[in-house]
Ligand binder design. Structure first.
Ligand code: HGY
Ligand code: MN
Ligand code: MN
Length: 437
C-alpha cells in the first residue's frame, strides 16, 4: 500500500452529523421523559430499534442475518470480494436497555460500527476480511437473567436451550418473546467456523429475507462502549483502551417467613422475614467493604410477597451482584455470600458467574495505536461493567474502546456522552478496523 494511500487512509474520519443523527433517531425509540430510554430485551420497543437498525444496514446493501438468539448480523463482504466467505472482522454491541436506561449504552457501539462501515463503502476502501456488524440480544440481563446471554451462547458459555428457556418476571420464555417480535432467526447462534448453511426461517415475516451466511472465522471483535464510570472524565481523557473486564457473580436470595395480619399478632409470635433481610443486607455490605476499594456489591431487585402494607410478608426475595477484578478475591467474596445467606428459611442460588477476562494483546495494541495516531488522550483500563466482548473474547481476539460519560453515570436516564467523545470513539473504532483489515 503506497505512502499516499496510507496517508489517505490515516486521514479518514467518520461523518459526525450522520452518526449523531442516527443516535438521536434511535434514542426516540422507547424514549423516557428525562432523556433516557426503556427498550427492554425483546419488547416492542426493542423490535422497533432492531427494525430501524436493519433498515439502515439494508440501505447500505449489507447482508443481514438473524441468529437463533435473535442477534442481528450485517456483513460487508471483503473488497475485492473473494469467491467465498473471508474471515470476518466483527464489531458491534447491543440495542436493549435497562428499565430506565441511557441512550448511549450499547447503541453507541452498534451505530458507530454502522458508521465505520459506511465510511469504508463511500471511500471504496479495500479490506481483505469481511466486516460484520452485530447487535447482540439481551446484553443487559434486566428482563432475562443472566446478562450477555446471546454472546454467551455464541461463545459456548450457555446452551441454546438454556438461553431460550430463561423467563422474565411474568414467566415469559426468552424463546417465546423472540418469536413474538419475529426475531427467532435460524443462523446458528453458536460460533462455529464450519456451520452449514442455515436458511432464515421463512415464517418470521420481519426477518430479513436475505440468504443466511454460515458463521466464518472471526479475525477480531472490537466493541466501542461508554465507560459507565468516572475515570476518563476525571482524568480529562477521551479514549479508554480496555484490556479486560472484571468478574461478576449474580445470586437470587429468598427469605421465607409466614404471612399474618399486621395487627393482632405480638411481635414475638411472628415469623417476619424483614428483620432477617435487614441483617443479611448489613452483613453483605460489610463483607464487600472488607475486600477493599475494588470490590462491588449491588442489591438491585427486592420484592416482598404478598406486598400488602397490613400483612406481615410471607417471603422476601432479592438479587445480589458482586464484582471484583481478581478471580481469587471474587471467589472469596462468593464463599462469604453463601455463608451469610445460609440458615433456616433462607435460600440462596448463584445464577451467573462471569469470571474476569483479559483481552487479546494484539487487539488492545491496535486500539491504542489508533488512539495515538488520532492524537486522542487515552489510557489503558479494565471495565467495571460486563459487555458482550467478555464472551466473544473466549472464541476470538477481542478488545474494547471506551469514551467518557458525564459524572460516570449510566443505567440512568441522565447518562450522557459529549458529541466530541462519541465522534472520537467512532474514529478510533474506524482506525482500529483499518489497522486490522
Ligand atoms: O451488568 C453489566 O455490567 C452489564 O451492563 N450488563
Ligand atoms: Mn452496555
Ligand atoms: Mn448496560
Amino acid at each position: 500500500m503506497g505512502g499516499a494511500y496510507r496517508e489517505f487512509i490515516a486521514m479518514i474520519t467518520v461523518n459526525a452529523t450522520r452518526l449523531l443523527g442516527r443516535m438521536q433517531t434511535m434514542a426516540e425509540i422507547g424514549a423516557l421523559p428525562n432523556g433516557g430510554v426503556r427498550r427492554l430485551a425483546l419488547t416492542d420497543e426493542d423490535k422497533l430499534a432492531r427494525e430501524l437498525f436493519i433498515r439502515w444496514c439494508r440501505e447500505l446493501n449489507l447482508e443481514v442475518t438473524v441468529d437463533e438468539m435473535g442477534s442481528i448480523f450485517a456483513r460487508k463482504r471483503a473488497r475485492p470480494r473473494g469467491d467465498s466467505l473471508q474471515p470476518v472482522l466483527l464489531t458491534g454491541s447491543h440495542l436493549d436497555s435497562q428499565p430506565s436506561g441511557g441512550r448511549f449504552d450499547g447503541v453507541l457501539g452498534v451505530l458507530a460500527a454502522l458508521e465505520a462501515v459506511e465510511v469504508l463503502i463511500e471511500n471504496n476502501i479495500n479490506h481483505a476480511y469481511d466486516i460484520e456488524i452485530v447487535s447482540w440480544t439481551n446484553e443487559e440481563g434486566a428482563r432475562f437473567a443472566p446478562a450477555m446471554i446471546a454472546s454467551g451462547v455464541f461463545a459456548g458459555a450457555f446452551t441454546l436451550e438454556y438461553a431460550l428457556d430463561r423467563t422474565d418476571a411474568s414467566g415469559t420464555r426468552l424463546g417465546d418473546a423472540l418469536k413474538c417480535i419475529g426475531f427467532a432467526g435460524s443462523r446458528s447462534a453458536v460460533y462455529r467456523t464450519d456451520s452449514p448453511e442455515s436458511p432464515e426461517s421463512p415464517e418470521s415475516p420481519s426477518l430479513p429475507s436475505s440468504p443466511s451466511l454460515p458463521s466464518s472465522p472471526v479475525k477480531a471483535y472490537i466493541e466501542l462502549h461508554i465507560e459507565q464510570g468516572p475515570i476518563l472524565e476525571q482524568a480529562g481523557e477521551s479514549i479508554g483502551i480496555v484490556g479486560g473486564v472484571q468478574g461478576i457473580r449474580w445470586y437470587d436470595v429468598t427469605i421465607h417467613g409466614k404471612e399474618t395480619h399486621a395487627g393482632p399478632s405480638p411481635m414475638a409470635m411472628r415469623n417476619d422475614p424483614v428483620p432477617v433481610l435487614g441483617a443479611l443486607i448489613s452483613r453483605l455490605y460489610t463483607m464487600a467493604a472488607g475486600f477493599g476499594d475494588d470490590a462491588r456489591i449491588t442489591i438491585g431487585e427486592l420484592s416482598v410477597q404478598p406486598g400488602s402494607r397490613n400483612t406481615v410478608p410471607g417471603t422476601v426475595q432479592f438479587s445480589v451482584d458482586i464484582r471484583h477484578p481478581l478471580a481469587d478475591t471474587l471467589q472469596a467474596m462468593h464463599e462469604q455470600v453463601l455463608e451469610i445467606c445460609a440458615g433456616d428459611g433462607i435460600g440462596c442460588t448463584e445464577i451467573w458467574h462471569s469470571p474476569p477476562v483479559h483481552f487479546d494483546a494484539g487487539c488492545v495494541d491496535a486500539v491504542e495505536a489508533a488512539a495515538r495516531q488520532l492524537n486522542y488522550a487515552h489510557r489503558r483500563m479494565v471495565s467495571g461493567a460486563g459487555h458482550d466482548a467478555v464472551y466473544v473474547s473466549r472464541v476470538a481476539p477481542t478488545a474494547m474502546i471506551f469514551i467518557p460519560c458525564r459524572d460516570g453515570i449510566s443505567h440512568n436516564e441522565a447518562e450522557f456522552a459529549r458529541d466530541e467523545h462519541v465522534i472520537a470513539g467512532a474514529n478510533v473504532l474506524l482506525a482500529t478496523l483499518l489497522k486490522l483489515k
